[in-house]
Design a protein around this ligand. Structure first.
Ligand code: ATP
Ligand code: MG
Length: 270
């Protein structure tokens, strides 16, 4: 048996092949590594473990036997996992920008056997949770996603067309001129939690896609593969990122098991 484990800042993701050779996924909260360790203890003592992620070293201190551990650098694991997932989905590109939206966001360039980290931003899944909690009191990821899907950004954001007020705009009027800008100008107006959460998703998605698109331009790449658990079941965020990316004539790719690239890469490395 073998398990791939990606111990991230927020979530610990695991990937393994079950008895029917089906690739299976599971996640735990990274603030309870004892649970992860208890789960690993359910496997035979000779189970091989591929380990990656920022908190991998911390998980090691919880593990009983260290004999079968194989450590992999996070970026190597992520890219290996993405390659596997793309191939499985029948997608094949010569090169791509890979944007991993975890607690924070890191952006990679990948071509053949070569890959490098080219950019990143502190705006990520942690920002989505943190700003949502501060502004609405809601901190559960699933609830944030569900409520945001019912919200509207039009009374909170300011579009380029809002500024030009019906006159001809020098750039695409549908672009956001100022995230939360309308709220800044009419601060006493009531906004629903749904609208605020939709706007937080907009801010996070637009910062990340804008940066990724610039990277794709700089590297002259068409495809941007967006991964990370922040996208998991998060259709509103996928739509924001997908639409922004298409507006700039780049092709957005979303994988089925968004958050598990690192765990898959760690599993395959064994
Ligand atoms: P990093 O790679 O930055 O160290 P990570 O690997 O833990 O962090 P991911 O697991 O890819 O990051 O994504 C974490 C984000 O996923 C959270 O910030 C949150 O927005 C979102 N998320 C999805 N499901 C959950 C969940 N059940 N609990 C908490 N956050 C979740
Ligand atoms: Mg991660």
């Amino acid at each position: 048996h073998a398990i791939g484990i990606d111990v991230g800042g927020t979530l610990t993701k695991v990937a393994f092949f079950d008895d029917n050779q089906k690739l299976t996924f599971l996640y735990f909260l990274s603030d309870d590594l004892q649970r992860v360790s208890d789960w690993i203890a359910l496997f035979d003592d000779d189970v091989k473990i591929g380990l990656t992620g920022g908190r991998a070293e911390q998980l090691k201190t919880f593990l009983r036997c260290h004999d079968n551990l194989h450590y992999l650098v996070e970026f190597d694991a992520t890219v290996a996992g993405v390659n596997y997932q793309l191939q499985k989905d029948g997608k094949n590109f010569p090169d791509a920008v890979i944007t991993n939206i975890g607690t924070g966001t890191s952006i990679h360039y990948h071509r053949g056997d070569e890959h490098k980290r080219i950019s990143g931003t502190g705006i990520g899944g942690g920002t989505l949770l943190g700003m949502s909690a501060l502004m609405t009191g809601i901190h559960q990821f699933d609830e944030i996603v569900q409520l945001s899907a019912r919200g509207s950004r039009s009374e909170v954001d300011m579009l380029v067309s809002d500024i030009y007020f019906g006159n001809k705009t020098p750039i695409d009027g549908g672009l956001t001129a100022s995230n939360f800008g309308a709220a800044g100008l009419t601060p006493l107006m009531e906004r629903s939690k749904e609208d605020i959460l939709a706007t937080v998703q907009g801010l996070v998605g637009e910062v990340i896609s804008t940066l990724s698109i610039q990277c794709a331009f700089a590297e002259d790449v068409e495809h941007i593969v967006y991964i990370g658990s922040t996208l998991s079941g998060n259709i509103p965020l996928q739509n924001i990122i997908g639409n922004y990316t298409k507006r700039k004539n780049r092709t957005p790719i979303f994988l089925r098991d968004n958050g598990y690239s690192g765990a898959i890469g760690a599993l395959l490395s064994i």
